[in-house]
Write a new protein. Structure first.
Length: 345
């Protein structure tokens, strides 16, 4: 329970884009429940835009971390990381919270020297223990015990918020400066992911776009700036800069274009969580992950996991090089996606 003497809270968001987006639910709950307290965020440089216009954020601190799917932890970034730790330690936080319970985040919190370092404590057989390196309990001042009966990450974050004393629960939310009217004839697709085992075949995406065009939808293909050339080559026969076009730019521009959609179709990646935070319906094409953990409320999930004896592998595939390589994602049929778009079951 958060006491009335707490003045400053630091929320660690050290991992991937999706994790940072999910964490805005806990952030917003803390902000709404304890509006008189200052809440800072310590995150990656590329995630700053997630928190730019959030009214509950006081300061955004950033550095590269030795955790997450795409680590960029070099001697130089390591030095910058240590400088930020020293800077944060001087802020004398009443509380430092991480929502993963990984021993590395637990240690980071301890190094900042808050009055209380708090993290979840996973029940031994909880599925989430396949995704983090549990441990480092001696570095915590308080833990929130998470039963294996609470599987979904959104429910887990709400449980953490309640355990901390939040009397108002907020869903994840992204605040943007501008707005675009929603267009019921516009659908977005996000065909890329950080791991090969999450990817749906490119030919399937092409057939999906053709199917969406037959249904008279405009299709926006979302890409990061460094992915744009690659996707322009992949979809060169379909792009026309009017009905099928690629959208790339800053994260805030992505959020702005996302807000205009009727629907997003994506993989087990951050865009699905961004859509939920922006109140945009979505269809998730799931690979080797246990979708029960990452499914956003209201999202329709398509998965071929029942075709693989090793599902879920938590993105550590044992199928590489075998005749059923990535069957969990590759076996999802284009027509099944289009049925959901048409509203068929």
């Amino acid at each position: 329970m958060i006491s009335s003497i707490i003045k400053k809270i630091l929320l660690l968001q050290c991992r991937n884009f999706g994790d940072a987006l999910i964490g805005t639910g806990l952030l917003n709950s803390l902000g709404k429940s304890f509006s008189e307290y200052k809440i800072d965020v310590f995150t990656r440089p590329q995630f700053r835009e997630i928190f730019y216009y959030n009214p509950f954020v006081n300061n955004i601190y950033y550095a590269d971390f030795p955790v997450g799917t795409q680590k960029k932890f070099t001697l130089s970034t390591g030095m910058d990381f240590m400088k930020e730790l020293i800077r944060l330690r001087k802020s004398k936080y009443s509380m430092c919270i991480n929502n993963t319970g990984d021993f590395r985040e637990n240690i980071i919190g301890w190094l900042i020297k808050p009055e209380e370092n708090i993290a979840p404590l996973w029940e031994e057989t909880h599925p989430f223990t396949n995704l983090v390196r549990v441990g480092g309990l001696s570095y915590l001042d308080k833990s929130v015990k998470i039963s294996k009966s609470i599987i979904n990450i959104y429910e887990i974050n709400e449980y953490i918020a309640v355990s901390l004393g939040c009397n108002v629960l907020e869903k994840p939310g992204i605040y943007i400066k501008d707005s675009i009217p929603r267009d019921e004839r516009r659908i977005g697709i996000h065909p890329t992911a950080s791991m090969k085992c999450k990817l749906w075949p490119w030919e399937n995406w092409k057939f999906l776009i053709l199917g969406l065009r037959e249904l008279k939808f405009q299709v926006l293909i979302f890409a990061s700036p460094h992915e744009r050339k690659f996707l322009e080559e992949i979809f060169k026969d379909l792009l026309d800069n009017k009905n099928v076009l690629i959208q790339s730019g800053t994260l805030q521009e992505f959020f702005l274009n996302l807000s205009s959609l009727k629907l997003l179709i994506g993989l087990d990646s951050f865009s699905i969580h961004a859509a939920y935070a922006m109140n945009i319906p979505s269809i998730m094409l799931n690979g080797g992950n246990d979708y029960r953990i990452w499914k956003t409320p209201g999202t329709y999930v398509l998965s071929g996991g029942d075709r693989c004896d090793f599902y879920p592998c938590y993105n550590k595939p044992v199928c590489r090089g075998k005749d059923f390589e990535y069957v969990c994602i590759r076996s999802i049929d284009v027509e099944d996606v289009l049925k959901r778009v048409r509203g068929e079951k």
